[in-house]
Design a protein around this ligand. Structure first.
Ligand SMILES: [Zn+2]
Length: 379
């Protein structure tokens, strides 16, 4: 019965999507215009279910051919496969999150990166953070992307030379690469990490890599110490929060219908104006974070969560295939298991400015204490 109710809700929205796609010009030429009829009284539009609560509850994959459907931040995953939690040169972290799922292409990529990084760069092994949920889709916590089985977070902490227990994989805190909000700690972020990120970026399957702006800056400064060709830098983009891990995003595998690529990165290496703009943003953020909280201030609320109607039509099938009956959450009700997961944070906090650093910034010091690059170096 519950299933029927949900199927009806999903059908309603899939229908709505299909109806939107009819081209008005074609229908208009077929029939002459009719005299305007009295408009029917408007029924309130039915509410589309919040997608993250449904996808977040799916314990296993959709038994369909493997496909990334939609775009990185608005899609789902059919026929997802799970990365084994232990490999010859990788271990999956935070097993309770059940987010080690992806397309077969993502698994192949990670296994290859793990083995190449060890063989050629001396990186002892990968600690793998979040990939996708078994059926992809939006997550209750932590990410806007990672929805189609083509994104993976990889820790910048080297893998220990023993198999971690499940409990250690829950509790171990990743190490931040930052010494302060604007610069990496050279004792922690070394050429080892530069080589690892470079190795990932060199793969033709990789569309983008996301790192904290301070890590991007360090890469710009150190890339030429690893090899003469630094053209891979263009794929590495600054983003918030990626100070203890880097995020690899694969392009849609060739010929995968319904998988939407992002625009390709430009030829710019991103070490000039883009980095300067990011530094202005993180400076502002660091100053805000150092301020004492204003009593009674409203907490920051992000965008409203995606509804099923906003996802590609096929994601309704992906959600319920194989007989999975997602729970129908009541208004504002988040399943207890998901709520528990939300409290398990994956990483360490970003360092906060000290009073002295804050004063120095106010006096006009450069964030990070070194002059920022203001133009692209000649390549
Ligand atoms: Zn990420």
């Amino acid at each position: 019965m519950r299933r029927l109710a949900l199927s009806l809700i999903l059908l309603l929205f899939c229908g709505a999507v299909a109806a939107e796609q009819v081209s008005p010009s074609k229908t208009a030429t077929a029939t002459p215009p009719k005299p305007a009829a009295k408009p029917a009284p408007k029924k309130p539009a039915p509410k589309s279910p919040i997608a993250r609560e449904l996808f977040g509850a799916a314990p296993g994959p959709a038994p369909l051919a493997a496909r990334a459907i939609g775009s990185y931040a608005k899609g789902c995953l059919a026929g997802g496969v799970s990365l084994p939690i232990n490999g010859p040169d990788w271990q999956v972290m935070r097993l309770s999150r059940n987010r080690n799922w992806g397309t077969p292409q993502l698994l192949d990529f990670l296994e290859r990166l793990a083995s190449d990084a060890r063989a050629f760069d001396g990186w002892p092994g990968l600690l793998i953070g979040d990939m996708s949920q078994p059926r992809g889709g939006p997550m209750l916590t932590g990410h806007t992307s990672h929805q189609v089985g083509l994104d993976a977070d990889i820790w910048l902490t080297p893998m220990p030379d023993r198999i971690l227990t499940p409990q250690e994989r829950e509790d171990m805190i990743a190490e931040s690469m930052l010494k302060d909000p604007f610069s990496v700690d050279p004792n922690i972020f070394t050429l080892m990490q530069v080589k690892l990120i470079r190795r990932a970026a060199l793969s033709p399957q990789v569309a983008r890599i996301f790192v904290h702006p301070a890590i991007k800056k360090a890469l710009c400064q150190q890339a030429s110490q690893v090899s003469k060709d630094t053209s891979w830098l263009g794929k590495v983009r600054p983003w918030w929060n990626h100070h203890y891990h880097f995020h690899v995003r694969l392009a849609c595998p060739p010929g995968m219908a319904g998988c939407e690529n992002q625009k390709e990165v430009s030829g710019d290496n991103g070490c000039g104006q883009e980095l300067t703009t990011w530094y202005a943003m993180i400076k502002k953020a660091a100053i805000e974070m150092a301020k004492p909280p204003v009593p009674g201030a409203k907490p920051w609320v992000g965008k409203p969560p995606l509804t099923m109607a906003q996802l590609p039509k096929e994601c309704g099938t992906v959600l319920t295939s194989g007989g999975f009956e997602p729970p129908i959450p009541k208004e504002g009700d988040v399943p207890a298991a998901l709520k528990a997961m939300a409290t398990k944070d994956a990483g360490p906090p970003i360092p906060v400015l000290t009073a002295a650093q804050l004063q120095a910034l106010a006096d006009g010091a450069d964030p990070g204490g070194m002059p920022l690059p203001d133009r692209n170096p000649k390549r």
